[in-house]
Design a protein around this ligand. Structure first.
Ligand code: SF4
Length: 490
């Protein structure tokens, strides 16, 4: 158990995130919550004001450091908080780096913020050189990762510039799956005898109608539509037809882009794909995660690489010209050679988007519970695998266009979405960069309101699990109405 002792407990989560970069799955608590003898390591971080300067005194594992910083004159409360948080995190990071010099930290001390979002903000504040210098010299981000952030920001620029003040993206969530993947922490329900899919779809339709009403009342404009999961294609063709018809009846439009994350090939068939085409769905995802049958079986996915090929070719035959495929680098038992084989198989299919994830060991996943049973890639191998994924995307003529990081990722790496020019997903950019509001429908989803002019974002989560969503839907609908009721200015 790792303990934190600090006079600024409001930053305990930020300190814990730094510690997790180095000591992934340890339990981290405040020292006052435990008997100090139970702590394997104590991080003591005190933030003290001395006249016009601030000092951070840090102690851990026999190390002691003192950092100083000055706040700009007339700094707002928001700026003070930001700089205090940064100073305390950096002091903690510096100690961790000395205590665990072998841990790879390609993104340096950055946690809890999307690197591209930060890079864009810093570029706006002081220009590109300022952003680069801050990334590499202050946050200790590697040159390669700084270049990646810069490249992605450049690709995103026209999409972000096109967001209008009353634009909003619509998300519809289907939290049901055919089986549970070993690495998954999303609270989706596995379909079975007593599943709640039918009653969920009825509730979802109510949620959608109320959302469409809200859009009209607040004079908002639908920018894009994204149906994700779970696995949306667990719906039968009839259920999907019914849901998409209902959506269009209520909203009248998908906006400039409509995506359905079809996901697992064992739930996709000609009838469903033709239906998507009929409704004008532009983008679909067919996600292999790996093209190695042994691994697919190991992680609990009931399809083969051949199923992926068959469904992909079917989607092309039906006329889909924007298909994404997801791969995960570092799945249990996989090596860089397996990743190379998967990438070669994907390259033969020539998708329009490729998303390369790094395996994250989530606390509530089955993988975390059974971690000792599976051989996992080292940080070095994980890095090699993501590099193989990046080379595959480059070889296919794609550029990176969005990225995000999660906790507990192998090698402290990242997930990157690559796309052919013009085939970037608007919804993914809006969602990751938080440049447009999102109205979400369904369990386990997040509604966001972006107040662009104020650089402020408010979030309204829906209940994570289906039973609570069904129970609290009336309240959720009311909350969403209030959430968007104030005049909508960006
Ligand atoms: S298909 Fe996706 S949401 Fe469903 S269990 Fe697997 S990883 Fe989780």
């Amino acid at each position: 158990m790792i303990a934190i002792s600090t006079n600024r407990t409001e930053y305990r989560n930020d300190i814990a995130e730094e510690i997790r970069l180095f000591i992934g799955l340890s339990e981290i608590v405040l020292l006052e919550e435990i008997d100090p003898n139970e702590a394997e390591l104590i991080f003591d971080l005190q933030l003290v004001r001395c006249e016009d300067r601030y000092q951070v005194f840090g102690k851990a594992g026999g190390l002691e450091i003192i950092d100083s910083f000055v706040l700009p004159a007339n700094a707002s409360a928001l700026v003070i908080k930001k700089l205090e948080k940064r100073a305390i995190k950096l002091a903690c990071y510096r100690m961790l780096k000395k205590l665990f010099p072998d841990v790879a930290t390609p993104w340096g001390s950055l946690t809890g913020i999307r690197p591209t979002k930060l890079y864009r903000e810093m570029t706006k504040e002081g220009g590109e050189n300022f952003a680069r210098s801050l990334f590499q010299n202050t946050f200790d981000v590697s040159k390669e990762k700084t270049d990646l952030a810069a490249r992605i920001c450049a690709v995103q620029e026209p999409y972000i510039a096109s967001v209008q003040s009353n634009d909003i993206d619509i998300y519809v969530g289907i939290p049901f799956c055919k089986t549970k993947c070993l690495y998954c922490s999303f609270p989706s329900e596995v379909l079975g005898k007593n599943d709640r899919l039918t009653v969920y779809l009825e509730a979802l339709k109510r949620d959608i109608s109320a959302g469409a009403q809200l859009i009209k009342e607040n004079d908002l404009r639908v920018r894009s539509f994204y149906m994700g999961g779970g696995t949306p294609t667990v719906l039968s063709a009839q259920q999907m037809d019914d849901l998409l018809s209902w959506y269009l009846l209520q909203y009248g439009s998908f906006g400039m882009e409509a995506t359905v994350e079809a996901g697992r090939p064992d739930t996709i068939d000609r009838e469903k794909l033709s239906l998507f085409k009929k409704f004008g769905i532009h983008r679909i995802s067919i996600n292999p995660q790996t093209m190695n049958d042994e691994t697919l079986h190991r992680v609990g996915r009931t399809h083969t690489a051949e199923d992926v090929r068959r469904v992909f070719e079917l989607a092309r035959e039906i006329g889909f010209s924007s298909i994404n495929m997801d791969l995960i680098a570092g799945l249990p038992g996989e090596t860089p050679d397996d990743m190379k084989r998967s990438c070669d198989a994907i390259a033969n299919l020539q998708p329009d988007n490729l998303t390369v994830h790094s395996l994250a060991i989530k606390r509530s996943s089955l993988l975390k519970k059974q971690i000792d049973e599976y051989p996992l890639a080292s940080a070095e191998q994980a890095e090699q695998m993501t590099a193989i994924g990046a080379q595959c995307a480059e070889h296919l003529g794609m550029s990176p266009y969005y990225m995000y990081r999660q906790k507990y990722m192998s090698g402290n790496l990242e997930n990157v979405g690559y796309a052919l020019t013009g085939k970037e997903c608007v919804y993914n950019i809006d969602m990751m960069e938080e440049t447009a509001s999102i109205l979400s429908h369904g369990a386990g989803t997040m509604t966001k309101r972006v107040f662009g002019g104020e650089n402020r974002i408010e979030r309204l989560p829906s209940p994570k699990d289906v039973p609570t969503y069904l129970e609290k839907l009336n309240r959720l609908i009311e909350d969403k109405q209030h959430f968007f009721a104030k005049s909508f200015t960006k």
